[in-house]
Design a protein around this ligand. Sequence first.
Ligand SMILES: [Zn+2]
Length: 261
Amino acid sequence: MDILLPIFIFLFGTAIGSFSNVCIYRLPRKVSIVTPSSRCPACGKSISPLDNIPIISFIMLRGKCRFCRSPISWQYPIVEIITGLTYLLLYLKFHISFPVLIHNGTSLFPVYAILCTSLIIIAFIDLEHKIIPDVITIPGILIGLTVSFTMPHITALNSIKGLLIGGGLFYVAAVLSRGGMGGGDIKLIAMIGSFLGWKTTLLTIFLGSFIGSIVGITLMVLKKKGRKDMIPFGPFLSLGAIISIFFGRDLIYLWLTLTFG
Ligand SMILES: [Zn+2]
């Protein structure tokens, strides 16, 4: 197998991850993601392109600002590595041929790359700020719907069903739990539904709840969180959706086999 293309895809993913870091920092603070250029949050000095290379700059600077020596969050290289690896795995599973949009008619790589990038940004914003920005989920729902008309991964009907069933279930849960589930979660699962269809959305909800419960119980046992502390659902839903993209068919098949023999 040609090794250059996978390496390029990984590096491209880390560059997108670098931009995702800008979104994660700026969107909850309502700052433009275009201007000004990247700055150190501590001293405000602008960061030169050489100090802005994904992963490498963090290592070269030993995790500190060149000017004021304030520590740079580990989140920066982590998001870059996660995005790079996700892009590499998407490439290995769905392949790319050139031109990018044509692979037996289409390539699913850009569709899932857009979804995964949005999910990674949402997960980190929700972890820190306990919000899921509409500026990602609402355009996301529209993109998911639109690509379902042009791409063969799911039918448009399935996209609409995913949007309505996912969003509807969470809406009911929000009403029943009286605020235990937020509007951001409803729009997030509607976005996932519009990209992945209704079956994979149900699997995402199952996986997200399952992983979230394990993490929640673990934190309570370790006394890091009390029973009443709020643990954001967005990161677990995002993780559930990404797992579903890679293993959804296998997991649904396994589930049906175990249930119905
Ligand atoms: Zn600084």
